[in-house]
Design a binder for this molecule. Structure first.
Ligand SMILES: *[C@@H]1O[C@H](CO)[C@@H](O)[C@H](O)[C@H]1NC(C)=O
Ligand SMILES: *[C@@H]1O[C@H](CO)[C@@H](O)[C@H](O)[C@H]1NC(C)=O
Length: 346
């Protein structure tokens, strides 16, 4: 009875996605500061407190995107940040969402699971990035919200001078305050783990390398790969240097002549590689999603781990739902807040 089995699986999948759509996430426990945490001086009597806490200097500011496709990952990421933070009440989240999405529904989902979370939602105008992405080469992997990280300087209030950007397919297992406090050396705008053995040739097209005015971009630079899913960003320097415009320039060129393969990463490499502050690799154990080959599991890289990142095509929630998890997915599962039809704690 293979067709009956298929039908059953379809029904199960529908039930799971319906659960996700109905935002059936359970409430996370409340997390408290340890006694030696700095006060971020919240005045609860002040009606504008919500606006003002966005500006608290001593807070840890975290930026993430929030959309229906990845919300389960985002919720798990938030929980992991709070759970491993020694001052969880000092973490402020800045969520960027599609302007076309239902913001009250997104707000309700976040507030229901995290009633005490300090957060703000920022609409991202899809058109802002879309006009640089030629529609003919657009795919599901090239979601415009991937480009939101290039616009944090203008999306977030100017009082926020430093932010940690996090992808939605990751979890922290260490105190985010340590990452947020990473010094940004010289005049660098970003800090992130970098990988200097990566072969840059493959990230850009032959038409890029054969055009000296373009390939010279990397002359006199120690161009190293970095993953844009985890970055400490000095937003003051970003705004002062108008780095959004620098990234848009490359995206505009890409639209006229193909200089790299799809994605939001190459413009970041063009503008920043060789100019970032390196961070210990423990802060982005990436590639755990599997490397674009169906069913391929990745193991942890050797060495200490502070952050696990399921970058790549496979996502832990999909594999868990399909009952085909990779060994590393067991590390993500404890942070899953979605109440699936299978979950026992309701
Ligand atoms: C947005 O979501 C809220 C609650 O989740 C719902 O009541 C409202 O009808 C939705 N609005 C639209 C325009 O879909
Ligand atoms: C980098 O990749 C290109 C093309 O894939 C190859 O021709 C070249 O030999 C590689 N360089 C190194 C140092 O591995």
């Amino acid at each position: 009875m293979p067709s009956a089995l298929v039908l059953l699986l379809l029904l199960l999948l529908l039930a799971v996605s319906a659960a996700a759509n109905a935002a059936n996430f359970r409430e996370a426990p409340q997390f408290y500061n340890s006694p030696d945490c700095p006060s971020i001086a919240e005045d609860l009597e002040d009606p504008d407190a919500n606006e003002q806490h966005l500006c608290f200097d001593r807070a840890v500011h975290v930026a993430m995107t929030l959309d229906t496709a990845y919300i389960r990952g985002s919720m798990a990421a938030v929980l992991s940040v709070l759970q491993h933070s020694s001052c969880p009440q000092n973490v402020i989240f800045h969520f960027v969402y599609f302007a076309s999405a239902n913001v009250s529904s997104l707000r309700a989902v976040v507030s229901r699971s995290f009633p005490y979370l300090k957060f703000q939602l920022y609409p991202f105008d899809e058109e802002a990035a879309s006009r640089f992405i030629s529609t003919s080469i657009r795919s599901a992997l090239d979601c415009p919200l991937n480009y939101a990280r290039s616009y944090l300087g203008s999306l977030l209030p100017t009082c926020v001078g430093r932010v940690v950007y996090l992808d939605s397919d990751l979890i922290l297992v260490d105190d985010i305050a340590k990452l947020a406090a990473h010094p940004l050396g010289g005049d660098s705008v970003l800090a992130a783990p970098e990988y200097c053995n990566a072969n840059f040739t493959t990230y850009f097209t032959p038409s890029f390398w054969s055009n000296p005015s373009l390939s010279l971009t990397f002359a006199n630079r120690k161009a190293c790969y970095f993953n844009t899913g985890v970055m400490v960003i000095d937003l003051d320097r970003w705004r002062a240097g108008d780095y959004t415009a620098k990234i848009e320039d490359w995206m505009e060129l890409q639209k006229r002549m193909r200089i790299y393969e799809l994605g939001s990463l190459p413009p970041f490499l063009l503008v920043f590689s060789g100019r970032i502050t390196p961070v210990d690799h423990r802060w982005n154990q990436h590639g755990l999603g599997g490397d674009n080959i169906r069913g391929l599991c990745r193991n942890l890289h050797p060495g200490p781990v502070s952050l696990l990142h399921w970058s790549g095509k496979g996502k832990p929630w999909d594999r868990l739902d399909a009952n085909r998890p990779c060994p590393v997915d067991a590390l993500w599962a404890p942070y899953d807040l979605l109440q699936t039809p299978f979950s026992i704690d309701s």
